[in-house]
Design a protein around this ligand. Structure first.
Ligand code: ADP
Ligand code: MG
Length: 400
């Protein structure tokens, strides 16, 4: 098991990277540091682009950026994340255009582009920035390192320019960057979670209205542990699988004559089965039943302490979500199925894949005193898995 690193220590790493690269002239202002969290989606998967419900929590793993202003119209960027080899990228602000440059730089560059586009950054006066990133969010593991780097960048650039960037606008522009600049058709879930996370709480998100309501989810107080299980396996299918699923849902809504699958109830699933082909009907059934599970989950949280029958009911909802994602939506993977089964055998109350799927991470909700047994069961099923506990953490913020 690896320990979680809080924002303060990853902020220090970002500052060190900033200094190692001798970013900014000695006379330039000293850098500030901003951080944004990764997330675990506790329940409500593949519902956000169907205008449905989700209940994620920001986790105590952060991407931090040390940032200082420039005056020559350049963005200079460097990241400590392993795959990116700490080489410095330079992007002139006037060259910002969707898709360029490709690769990791497009995430922060896309955020600068989105902020300039809506005038949060003033194109006439904003002179660029030096940005050095460090992160404890596993990259590409379904824990939303992408929203973390976007939201950290957004707050940093607005902060350097002295501009106001309320959480709803931060989330919207970060999603805009990922959709229109990077070219990933994600829904709003990840960015809303990074922008609105509350320590000790899960967020109930109505993605149609954009309303975010925190519900207390104090795991340690309830004697519970939420284990994150990074399978370290990513299937190529994910690149086409996600847009395929999204397109299938949008097509099904059109065929059924509803604005979005959010508007379909469980009672109407029979009609969906009659009017759609068998596979599309299963996709629809996942989305409709998953929305129901999110509503049940938050009503259980609202009803009182997480213990006894309520806790067991929460566990069953998590596992039912996994089964639905595996069988109806078909976005799980053999590794995810195997760690979920192992966690349940090890005594977890519930377990499910989290994030878009096709590999990535699972979560398991367990009693604190069963954590070691659950982790051991998971490791015997998938020795390469990285397992760590996560608690609900705070949103994107300025660290120093
Ligand atoms: P996830 O959001 O689940 O981690 P994504 O595929 O959506 O996976 O986003 C991962 C991509 O985001 C990386 O491949 C990289 O391009 C970019 N990224 C995320 N975090 C960092 C980081 N700390 N440094 C550089 N690039 C990052
Ligand atoms: Mg992502």
């Amino acid at each position: 098991m690896t320990a979680a690193t809080p924002a303060a220590s990853v902020a220090q790493q970002a500052l060190e990277l900033f200094r190692t690269n001798r970013f900014s002239a000695p006379s330039a202002p000293s850098p500030g540091v901003w951080a944004a969290p990764g997330r675990v989606n506790v329940i409500g998967e593949h519902t956000d682009y169907n205008e449905g419900f989700a209940a994620p929590m920001a986790i105590d793993r952060y991407t931090a950026v040390a940032a200082a202003p420039r005056s020559d119209g350049l963005l200079r960027l460097v990241s400590a994340a392993g795959a990116f080899r700490e080489s410095v990228a330079e992007v002139p602000l006037r060259a910002l255009s969707p898709g360029t440059p490709p690769g990791w730089v497009s995430y922060p560059a896309g955020v600068a582009w989105a902020l300039l586009d809506v005038g949060v950054l003033d194109g006439g006066s904003f002179g660029g920035a030096d940005l050095a990133f460090a992160s404890t969010v596993p990259v590409g593991a379904g824990l939303s390192s992408s929203a973390a780097i976007e939201c950290a960048t957004g707050l940093a650039l607005a902060g350097l320019a002295g501009a106001d960037l309320p959480p709803a606008l931060l989330a919207r522009l970060a999603q805009q960057a990922e959709n229109a600049y990077v070219g990933v058709p994600c829904g709003p879930l990840d960015q809303l979670c990074a922008a609105f996370g509350v320590a000790g709480c899960v967020l109930f998100i109505d993605t149609r209205s954009g309303e975010v309501t925190p519900y207390p989810f104090d795991l340690p107080a309830a004697g519970l542990t939420l284990l994150v299980i990074d399978t370290k396996v990513h299937h190529d299918l994910g690149a086409s699988g996600y847009p395929d699923r999204r397109a299938a849902c949008e097509r099904a809504a059109r065929q059924l004559g509803v604005p979005a699958l959010r508007d379909l109830t469980v009672a109407e699933l029979g009609r969906a089965e009659r009017e759609l082909d068998e596979r599309t009907a299963r996709r629809v059934r996942h989305v409709v039943t998953e929305n129901e599970r999110v509503l049940e989950f938050v009503s259980l949280l609202a009803a009182g302490d997480l213990s006894g029958t309520r806790l067991r009911a929460v566990g069953r909802l998590l596992t039912a979500s996994h089964v639905s994602l595996r069988d109806d939506f078909e976005v799980s993977s053999p590794e995810l199925d195997s760690v979920v089964d192992a966690a349940l055998r090890g005594g977890a109350y519930g377990a499910r894949m989290t994030g878009g799927g096709f590999g990535g991470s699972a979560i398991a909700l367990t009693a604190q005193d069963r954590t070691a047994a659950v982790a051991a069961a998971v490791l015997s099923a998938l020795p390469a898995a990285d397992i760590f506990p996560a608690v609900p953490a705070t949103s994107a913020h300025r660290v120093c």
